[in-house]
Design a protein around this ligand. Structure first.
Ligand code: MG
Length: 369
């Protein structure tokens, strides 16, 4: 049973190109399947999340991170009686617009674009992928996803103003997205904050003692685990703690969101859309814990000297390949030639953003080696 304010497939604002209903899958289930069968989704496997393959081949990549976000999101959505199929679709598609090499790649690509008076934004790129670059249907370009999935892609992490982005006006920019979309940014954080503690420890870039000092949330649960399992190996105590941290974040998100929905007297999806603020939230205390943990990871892991070498290499590859195709547009694949005549920097950016780490490195070796 869905909550009265959940998004229902039968009430969807629909697809740009009307399609016949499927015999036994509703529209959000079909969208989920379209995302999973897309080329951009398969490429997530060879895109860096935080750690490059140089460090280990069992650390998270963008695909395994995406699967973890999907799993956390589905659990939370089910507990809140939200539409699990829509949440799953939004989780699976949430990182599809990321360029190769994680955050460093995104920054480098954005810098290349800014030098051209343009910019790179992974949410907008994700929308371009599902609307334009994926080609699987004879009748139209793109995946022809429902309005709510496209809206969720745009709104999952932040709001865009209609003034600045007139091309997004159709996405009801003055309204909140459905709760299913509001969850994704928070479940993304739950997934990566806990996963990066795990991989960060394993990489030995951060230590247990450092985390215990840097995160009160972690320390609280670590003490509990130590009392329960004093003789357990340190790594297992860390795992037990990370599991409890994840559970605390997820449980708090469920409870706080439920309470905010109740106190705002939200009954319908329209109420969710018209609420002055997003309703999916952590409580004040856990929000502080989340922020502390995030800052800890930024200071000690994401900006660590150990990861800097990979980041510098990544930036160099992206910057040099951007310059290469700007100088040699004739070397772009045939399928990009027409777009390149409209805007060369945008086309080079789109081409690079779609690549896996391996593919762009290979291109770099061939063309700039
Ligand atoms: Mg993510």
């Amino acid at each position: 049973m869905l909550a009265t304010y959940a998004a229902r497939a039968q009430d969807s604002r629909g697809r740009k190109h009307p399609e016949q209903r499927h015999a036994y899958r509703d529209d959000y289930q079909r969208d989920r399947d379209r995302v999973i069968h897309s080329r951009a989704f398969r490429r997530l496997e060879s895109k860096t999340q935080v750690f490059t393959r140089r460090l280990s081949d069992h650390f998270r990549n963008r695909l395994t991170h995406t699967i973890e976000v999907s799993q956390v999101s589905r659990t939370i959505a089910a507990e809140l009686d939200l539409n699990v199929d829509l949440v799953e679709t939004l989780a699976l598609v949430h990182d599809i617009g990321h360029p190769p090499f994680g955050h460093a790649g995104e920054q480098a690509l954005d810098e290349c674009m800014r030098a051209q008076g343009l910019f790179f934004d992974h949410n907008l790129h994700a929308l371009r992928i599902v609307e334009y670059f994926e080609q699987r249907y004879a009748e139209f370009r793109g995946l022809n996803l429902t309005f709510e999935v496209r809206e969720g892609i745009i709104k999952h992490s932040h709001d865009y103003s209609a003034e600045q982005f007139p091309q997004l006006a159709e996405y009801l920019l003055d309204n909140r997205p459905p709760l299913e979309a509001q969850l994704i940014d928070l479940t993304d954080e739950i997934a990566y904050l806990t996963a990066d503690l795990d991989d960060g420890l394993e990489s030995e870039i951060i230590t247990l003692a450092q985390i215990r000092r840097g995160s009160q949330l972690f320390e609280r649960f670590y003490r509990e685990v130590e009392t329960l399992y004093p003789a357990a190996a340190e790594k297992l105590k860390a795992n037990e703690t990370i599991k409890r941290v994840l559970n605390a974040l997820a449980g708090d998100l469920i409870q706080t969101t439920r309470a905010r929905v109740a106190s705002a007297k939200v009954k319908t999806l329209e109420d969710v859309r018209n609420a002055p603020q997003r309703l999916a939230h952590f409580s004040g205390g856990i929000e502080n814990d989340r922020r502390e943990l995030k800052h800890f990871l930024y200071d000690n892991l994401y900006y660590s000297p150990e990861l800097k070498r990979d980041k510098d290499d990544s930036k160099k590859v992206i910057t040099e390949m951007f310059a290469f195709w700007m100088q040699h547009p004739e070397k772009l694949p045939q399928s990009y030639q027409e777009d390149a005549r409209t805007s060369l920097p945008q086309t080079v950016c789109d081409y690079i953003a779609g690549m896996t780490d391996n593919f762009i490195k290979e291109q770099h070796r061939t063309n700039c080696g």
